[in-house]
Design a protein around this ligand. Sequence first.
Ligand code: CU
Ligand code: ZN
Length: 178
Amino acid sequence: MHVVPRITALSLAALLAGGCASLGGGSGGGSAVKTVALESRSGSSVTGNLKLSDTKAGLRIRGEVRGLAPGSEHGFHIHEKGDCSAPDAASAGPHFNPAGVAHGRAGSGGAHHAGDMPNIKADAKGVAKVDQVVAGVTLAAGASSATGRALVVHRDPDDYTSQPAGNAGPRFACGVIR
Ligand code: CU
Ligand code: ZN
């Protein structure tokens, strides 16, 4: 008698989902796309919706941030703690920095936190379209996993130089990566 593994509709769906994730990823872990809702903090009206996924180049973050001043630029980081509960989002802690290095400009070749990212820029309607990849960070479990941390948008641009956080001012929006 042949031994044929039975593939139920459910496990087939799981296989397909896993296959899609590893096509984009390379972690092979089959991590799915995660959605993060950014909520206003520090008295701002900034909100956002972002989709996160693992790619070979790193953590891809796509979506929109709304309620910004037209043409404005804002610091945008992964912060260490997945806790946006404080009115000023201070509960999210400092920048995600598993290597214990200085704040800086991602992609410059110089030292920077794992959670450092380029500033986001609002269009004439106050909407910033986000599509960037954070090298060295994953959704999948590991030392550089962003899961259980937070995404934060600041009032001011990150100058990529000032310590410990680029002098980007108050935290205007925060969302937990669950
Ligand atoms: Cu920040
Ligand atoms: Zn930093």
